[in-house]
Write a protein that binds this ligand. Structure first.
Ligand code: T6T
Length: 324
């Protein structure tokens, strides 16, 4: 399961049986705007890095930022948190919805209560609900993953697996779709399809060990998020496969270690701090009644062992805590 949450930067206090974490940035006078960031899951370095960017932007604007996240990437747990946040009546909520369908009703309830909603990272199927949506172009990034894997395989033939997370997560579903479209360009690669790891590295590892033993010709793996990728790397190490090439999405510390060790060959890093920063900026515009940007696309960085030391790669690595 996911790691316990350590105390995070900027005045974080434990609360609610370890299920949530809260922090605040900025502050200022009694008139300061109250914004809550509801992460997809607590303790995930992607969302921690997003929090760091959001805290910086909130501090700059003199706004109050409260950060909470469910224990698991789960819409029922996230809805519970959202309902608790509603009672606190913030001016705006930044949220990474954990399911394209299940989070629509609770988010609509918040919007109807007069709270400005901004989505960060994931989205729901009701695209017109938020004031602004800030995210990676995940379909495109899935295509980048396919191209990267094709490059690593250098024409080698065999089967290719996707280790995905859960059905109904906009980001990871789009990454798989983009990857599938891209991998078609290599007729020598047999696509095995995607399997769901439920955001659990151990499950991702067992998917990889069993596929590696069932498919003699396994040559490549694309893992669609941080926990899937971490687990895929572990599974590959356990199965003793040396010739399988792995492209993992995200760039958490454990993933970088696997890249250095040569278990994983490429990471597609997102810009979570940028997403958090721009999320706060758009939320403040919405609170002030100013026009917001409906959709903001942030970039990605392909990191390999060769370019790991380059400033662009170092800047793109995710943080375990803010201010480090
Ligand atoms: O990949 C990110 C995020 O973009 C996705 O929506 C869920 O998983 C992560 O948080 C990584 O664990």
């Amino acid at each position: 399961m996911l790691p316990a949450i350590a105390a995070l930067a900027l005045g974080v206090a434990a609360c609610g049986g370890g299920e949530e974490k809260k922090g605040s940035a900025g502050g200022g006078g009694g008139e300061s705007k109250k914004i809550t960031l509801i992460q997809g899951v607590a303790g995930d370095e992607f969302y921690i890095s997003m929090q760091c960017g959001a805290e910086e932007a909130a501090k700059k604007a003199g706004a109050e930022l409260n950060v909470q996240g469910p224990k698991e990437f789960d819409p029922a747990q996230q809805t519970e948190i959202l309902n608790g946040v509603l009672a606190e009546k913030p001016d705006a909520i930044l949220i990474a919805p954990t399911d394209v369908k299940a989070m629509v009703a609770p988010m609509l309830q918040a919007k109807e209560a007069g709270i400005k909603i901004v989505t960060v990272d994931t989205v729901t199927e009701q695209e017109d609900l938020p004031e602004s949506a800030i995210a990676t172009d995940n379909t495109e990034a899935g295509g980048v993953a396919a191209k990267t894997l094709q490059g690593l395989l250098e024409g080698k033939q065999g089967s290719v697996l996707v280790v995905n997370v859960k059905p109904g997560i906009s980001t990871t579903d789009e990454r798989q779709k983009g990857f599938e479209e891209g991998i078609k360009a290599s007729p020598g690669l047999r696509y095995l399809g995607g399997e769901y790891s439920n955001n659990e590295p151990a499950k991702a590892a067992s998917i990889v060990t069993s596929t590696a033993s069932a498919e003699d010709d396994l040559v490549g793996i694309f893992a669609t998020n941080l926990f899937a990728a971490e687990g895929a790397g572990t599974g590959l190490r356990e199965s003793g496969e040396k010739d399988v090439r792995v492209v993992g999405f995200d760039a958490g510390p454990a993933q970088v270690k696997q890249l250095e060790e040569g278990i994983v060959q490429a990471l597609i890093a997102q810009k979570p701090a940028d997403i958090g920063r721009q999320g706060v900026e758009q939320a403040i515009k919405a609170i002030n009644g100013e026009e917001t940007e409906k959709k903001i696309v942030t970039g990605t960085e392909v990191i390999t062992k060769d370019n790991l030391d380059a400033p662009a790669s170092q800047d793109a690595l995710y943080k375990e805590k803010c201010g480090a």
